[in-house]
Design a protein around this ligand. Structure first.
Ligand SMILES: CC(=O)SCCNC(=O)CCNC(=O)[C@H](O)C(C)(C)COP(=O)(O)OP(=O)(O)OC[C@H]1O[C@@H](n2cnc3c(N)ncnc32)[C@H](O)[C@@H]1OP(=O)(O)O
Ligand SMILES: O=C([O-])CC(=O)C(=O)O
Length: 379
């Protein structure tokens, strides 16, 4: 017998309130997002990513002394164990960097400092260590994949500066680093999205943070979630020039294709983070000569809103931002991981602080009970 209607959630758990959270507040009607009470665009404008990470993990913005301590903790944890670099060197060259990052986190999860059932304190300590090491993993995957020597992390640089120097051997101009740092802030946290929900489900069984982060990376990778920023840039490259944009989007809508970087489960009126990320896109387009991506994007945005009333999400402007910064497309979703490991950790701490196993029920719609026919008699 099917469950009574009142127990049946909408498909995709739409509108289901699964638990409380004090990490962030998404207000779709107002197109706004707050991290621990602070508007995300103000944080992006006024704070470095390390301050935002501290805020999400500890609940308050750091004092100068707390920020120094936190940065020191992060900077001193950036290097990878030699064995992990050897693992990265042996990964299949054609594999996606998201799979490499997931594998690296899985490897780290086997080391003594990452093992064991979590307390809030251990989850915070491991979360900062993952935040420090994941950029090093991504840069190493990039350079090894290109046949280049790995560049070790530098403790005299911020997280964003250091990521650029590990990838490219140099730190770009402050506007570029600033836009990247702001993008990390915009990506750091977003309530019970699919990857964060995955992380919370995993630790609800008394599993550990690295396992939760591996699962979350798997959930983030898909095109309907974090993978969309890569799909957006493939789409823009396929369109290639502004004079092809209108016919491309007309065809896409006619064939009822999903246009990547548009739509959102919560934001039906527009994504709170898009104005800021679009400003970074405009800034990068001016600095790095990317006006055509700007022009193509505007045609897609206008057409999607006008014809379908579907607005761009954060991944739409993010694709060209990272492209113009010089990152290869398969690094875009791994860069999302750098930011979101902070949100995942904050939610893991919240989940284990007041835990109950997450275990929903199913409405069974399969075969009625029946007797097993012996193998020899099955036709
Ligand atoms: C950081 C992030 O994770 S942001 C999300 C990134 N993902 C993407 O950009 C992928 C493209 N977008 C989508 O696939 C969806 O909008 C999602 C997955 C983000 C949200 O999905 P849902 O909440 O389930 O919305 P749903 O799929 O029901 O969409 C409602 C309607 O809008 C349409 N729609 C939604 N998004 C799009 C899109 N990107 N292109 C074309 N039509 C769309 C759907 O086809 C549906 O139309 P219908 O009612 O005629 O069937
Ligand atoms: O909230 C969501 O469903 C997806 C999203 O925008 C995010 O995780 O940043």
């Amino acid at each position: 017998m099917n469950a009574p209607e009142k127990y049946r959630a909408k498909k995709g758990l739409e509108g289901v309130i699964f638990d409380t959270t004090s990490v962030s507040h998404v207000l779709p009607e107002e197109k706004s997002l707050f991290y621990r009470g602070y508007a995300v665009h103000e944080l992006a404008d006024q704070c470095c990513f390390e301050e935002v990470a501290f805020l999400l993990l500890h609940g308050e913005l750091p004092t100068a002394a707390q920020l120094t301590d936190f940065a020191e903790q992060e900077r001193s944890a950036r290097a990878l164990p030699v064995e992990l670099q050897k693992v990265i060197e042996q990964l299949p060259a054609e594999g996606h960097p998201m799979d490499a990052v997931r594998t690296a986190v899985s490897f780290l999860g086997m080391l003594p400092e990452f093992r064991g059932v979590e307390t809030p304190e251990s989850a915070l300590r491991k979360g900062v260590s993952l935040l420090a090491k994941i950029p090093t993993v991504i840069a190493a995957v990039r350079r090894i994949g290109r046949g280049e020597a790995v560049i070790p992390p530098r403790a005299d640089l911020s997280l964003s500066e250091n990521f650029f120097q590990m990838c490219f051997g140099e730190v770009p101009q402050p506007e570029v680093v600033g836009a990247f740092d702001g993008a990390l802030t915009l990506y750091a946290e977003h309530g019970f999205n699919a990857s964060t929900f995955t992380a919370r489900v995993i630790v609800s069984t008394q599993s550990d943070l690295p396992s939760a982060v591996c699962g979350a990376i798997g959930a983030l990778k898909g095109n309907l979630h974090g993978g969309a920023n890569e799909a957006v840039m493939h789409m823009l490259l396929e369109i290639d020039s502004p004079d092809r944009a209108q016919s491309w989007i007309d065809n896409a809508l006619e064939s009822k294709a999903k246009v990547m970087g548009f739509g959102h489960r919560l934001y039906r009126l527009g994504d709170s983070r898009v104005p800021k990320m679009t400003a970074y896109r405009e800034q990068m387009a001016k600095l790095r000569g990317g006006e055509r991506w700007e022009a193509i994007s505007r045609v897609l945005e206008e057409t999607m809103v006008e014809r379908k009333n579907i607005h761009p999400n954060l991944d739409f402007p993010a694709g060209p931002v990272y492209y113009l910064m010089g990152f290869e497309i398969p690094l875009y979703t791994p860069i999302f991981v750098i930011a979101r490991v902070v949100g995942w950790t904050a939610h893991v701490v919240e989940q284990i602080t007041d835990n109950r196993l997450v275990r929903p029920s199913a409405d069974y719609v399969g075969a009625a009970p029946r007797a097993v026919t012996p193998l020899a008699l099955r036709g």
